[in-house]
Design a binder for this molecule. Structure first.
Ligand SMILES: [Fe+2]
Length: 120
């Protein structure tokens, strides 16, 4: 059973998909079950580089700025409003690991291409 907004990744081809409507079936890609990405909420490493930091309408990634190199970068930042409105900003290597939104987010998620999904 899936849940709305869960994110799944194919370990073979690296497809990533988000659930927009819950269903009873298993998500399969490349003939294998897709892996549910856990929303990590704590970085055990010293110098936090993954947890979103919400500052008014802006979300920055990491209290220590995360890498934005081709091999290791933040692919997107998602913000959720008090009313449950969600939107994502997609980033490219070389950009700053931050995004501005039209509202003050109450929570945020981000996806690092090497270290997965993080939530604040
Ligand atoms: Fe990372």
């Amino acid at each position: 059973m899936t849940e709305k907004y869960q994110i799944y990744k194919c370990q073979v081809c690296k497809n990533i998909t988000e659930v927009l409507h819950e269903g009873g079936g298993e998500l399969v890609c490349c003939d294998k079950p897709m892996n549910l990405l856990e929303e990590k909420v704590q970085d055990p490493e010293k110098g936090e580089k993954h947890l979103p930091v919400i500052e008014s309408n802006k979300v920055k990634i990491g209290s220590v700025e995360h890498s934005m190199e081709e091999a290791h970068y933040i692919e997107w930042i998602e913000a959720t409003s008090r009313g449950g409105y969600r939107t994502k900003v997609f980033l490219d290597p070389g950009q700053k690991p931050e995004a501005e939104f039209a509202f003050a987010p109450v929570s945020a998620r981000e996806y690092c291409n090497l270290h997965g999904l993080w939530k604040k």
